[in-house]
Design a protein around this ligand. Structure first.
Ligand code: CA
Length: 229
């Protein structure tokens, strides 16, 4: 059975989430503060964590970074109180996978949770396909409409990262680290340029991107043709 851990200190919110996930057939664990949340995560190893940011004892950032330090890789969706980009970026950089902004629709949150569950079951595919593109991971090669498209090593790493984390927001920092390593000489402008270059290779119209979307003040997200934003 799929287990979800909900860490939230507002009782009404906690109850609402708990009821919805139970109805969907999840086994639900709950915690009303960060310390209990962290203890439960480490002990029970749930398949998914919904994590509020403002919590008593330990806040959501601390819980998230401790969970990742222990090497646990289950998806973490942050429940952010307001649309504060800096908070969202911090959470994503500390290892959260996604976020929803309160007040959020339960339906949307459930859909994202389900998408994570589906993805978790699959091992990494050897080939990613979307629209008329095909990325062969082992061969580091991209084909579009049956024709080979040359990629630089950086472009390959970037596209692979986007496809691996399709539907998830990626911060500028995550992209930088994956594509360029820990370099201080790479600016956000350089990342934008690299994304633009990748767009020319995969987008039907690079000026009106269908797959590689910018998220203002955060970074980028790959949205596959079949996934609703
Ligand atoms: Ca709270």
């Amino acid at each position: 059975m799929r287990t979800v851990l909900i860490v939230e200190d507002e009782p009404a919110m906690l109850r609402g989430l708990e009821d919805n996930f139970k109805m969907k057939g999840y086994y639900v664990l709950t915690a009303g503060d960060g310390k209990k949340g962290l203890d439960t995560a480490l002990r029970e190893r749930p398949d998914l964590i919904l994590l509020d940011i403002m919590l008593p004892e330990l806040n959501g950032y601390e819980v998230c970074s401790h969970v990742r330090e222990k090497g646990l890789d289950m998806p973490i969706i942050m429940l952010t109180a307001k649309d504060q980009e800096s908070d969202i970026v911090l959470g994503l950089n500390l290892g959260a996978d996604d976020y929803v902004t309160k007040p959020f629709s339960i339906k949307e949150l459930m859909a994202r949770a389900e998408a994570f569950m589906r993805r978790r079951k699959d091992v990494e595919p050897a080939v990613y396909e979307f629209a008329d593109c095909k990325l062969d991971v082992a061969a580091h090669s991209l084909e579009r409409a049956g024709q080979p498209v040359p990629l630089t090593p950086g472009e390959f790493k970037m596209l692979h990262l986007f496809l691996r984390k399709a539907g998830c927001p990626l911060t500028q920092d995550e992209i930088r680290t994956t594509v360029f390593g820990y370099s201080h000489f790479i600016t956000t402008r350089d990342i934008d340029k690299a994304v633009d270059s990748l767009r020319t290779k995969i987008e039907p119209d690079p000026k009106q991107p269908r797959y590689l979307h910018m998220i203002p003040n955060i970074g980028y997200k790959f949205q596959g043709p079949s996934e609703t934003p």
